[in-house]
Design a protein around this ligand. Structure first.
Ligand code: GRF
Length: 230
């Protein structure tokens, strides 16, 4: 039986789409069965509906955290959710939800954590900060979610070069292509560990795993191999 996954998204949902394309097109270790957004106008909700997945709005702005927390827990429990994937969700997950789903919530961040993360570090701000720092390597990180922004244990990372003359937009696009390959593979690795009764720990990716192909993206196969999936 597949693990039941909820994806939380505030925006366009291209990572959600990558997850849907990977998990909901065949029977596997996990299936996306619920999409939650804090925003009524999030395009991610339309992607969910188009894929036949239940889409729910849980507003956060101007509501006491206890209300949000309770509504979120009821929604997750009534959908029998095993695992949560944040995909461009711009809110802090309420502490009671983190406690209930400890080690069962993952997030993707468009840089190599623990650098360039934390409150307010989202979207183009991340890539601008990377370029301004002079860093030559950025990347994507999948990590477990704890009570703070971007501080949970790292599950998988993939480096992406910062090229001379890069704009934040160009770097964002390069990193996003890797996110779409890394996130499904990392979520699959986490789901397999949970299925075996293991806690998804750090260092899912073997060190030194780095391929940057001629067409400027790693091959999905390289990522899957690095995550021990093939
Ligand atoms: C991604 O860059 C992700 O790393 C970050 O938010 C962005 C979401 O993009 N957490 P999308 O909505 O999946 O297109």
């Amino acid at each position: 039986m597949s693990l039941r996954v909820a994806v939380f998204a505030s925006g366009g949902g291209t990572n959600l789409q990558a997850l849907l394309d990977n998990f909901n097109t065949h029977d596997g270790v996990a299936r996306i069965v619920l999409v939650v957004s804090d925003r009524q106008d999030a395009h991610a909700l339309e992607r969910a509906r188009a894929a036949g997945v239940e889409a729910v709005v849980i507003p956060v702005t101007g509501r006491p955290i206890d209300y949000v927390s309770r509504e979120t827990l009821v929604t997750l429990e009534s959908a029998d959710i095993d695992l949560i994937a944040l995909a461009g969700y711009l809110r802090l997950v309420p502490p009671a939800v983190v406690r209930r789903y400890r080690n069962r919530i993952v997030n993707i961040h468009p840089a190599l954590l623990p650098a360039f993360g934390g409150k307010g570090m989202f979207g183009l701000r991340v890539h601008r900060a990377v370029i301004e720092s002079g860093a030559m390597v950025s990347g994507a990180t999948v990590h477990l979610v704890d009570e703070q922004y971007d501080t949970g244990k790292i599950v998988a990372q993939w480096p992406v070069p910062v090229l001379p003359g890069d704009t934040p937009e160009a770097l964002a696009a390069r990193v996003l292509r890797v996110e779409h390959l890394l996130y499904p593979a990392a979520l699959e690795a986490v789901a397999r560990r949970l299925e075996r009764g293991d806690v998804p720990a750090a260092h899912t990716v073997r060190s030194g795993a780095f391929t940057w192909a001629a067409e400027h993206a790693p091959a999905a196969n390289d990522i899957r191999r690095a995550l021990g999936l093939d």
